[in-house]
Design a binder for this molecule. Structure first.
Ligand code: 5GP
Ligand code: ZN
Length: 118
């Protein structure tokens, strides 16, 4: 069973912010912003590549609720999902990073040369 499935099953403790029938949201163990929350489906889905339109619709509503719950919906925030090796996905259970609580920089996305793929 993967790490995030264990968090869903409460075999590994986490700091849960919001939960419904389909999803949970909890604080990232290694925050990269004043607010850094992970939102995951309770069912195991490897990544965004395998996420259905139905799941993504519900996920969007759930992430919007998280933003309201922690009061970053008006100040703004960023939602990121890493996919596969090049995307930097370490945990192979679909998760969305919800980052906020400060003005976020964009510069760390310039770590790869933007020229050259196409
Ligand atoms: P990825 O790199 O796969 O997009 O993101 C995985 C995230 O999970 C990282 O930001 C990492 O800090 C977080 N993480 C890894 N292990 C744990 C854990 O046991 N508990 C929590 N709350 N977060 C974790
Ligand atoms: Zn899993």
């Amino acid at each position: 069973m993967c790490l995030f499935c264990k968090i869903v099953n409460q075999e590994i403790p986490s700091n849960i912010i919001l939960e419904d029938d389909d999803f949970i949201a909890f604080h990232d163990i290694n925050p990269k912003a004043p607010v850094h929350i992970l939102a995951i489906p309770k069912i195991h889905v490897d990544s965004f590549n395998e996420a259905s339109a139905d799941l993504m619709g519900k996920m969007s509503s759930f992430i919007q609720k998280i933003a309201q719950e922690v009061n970053i919906n008006e100040s703004g925030y960023r939602v990121i999902t890493n996919i596969g090796d090049n995307g930097g996905q370490e945990i192979k259970h679909l998760h969305f990073h919800v980052l906020g609580g400060a003005k976020l920089k964009w510069g760390h996305f310039s770590d790869a040369d933007p020229k050259g793929h196409f």
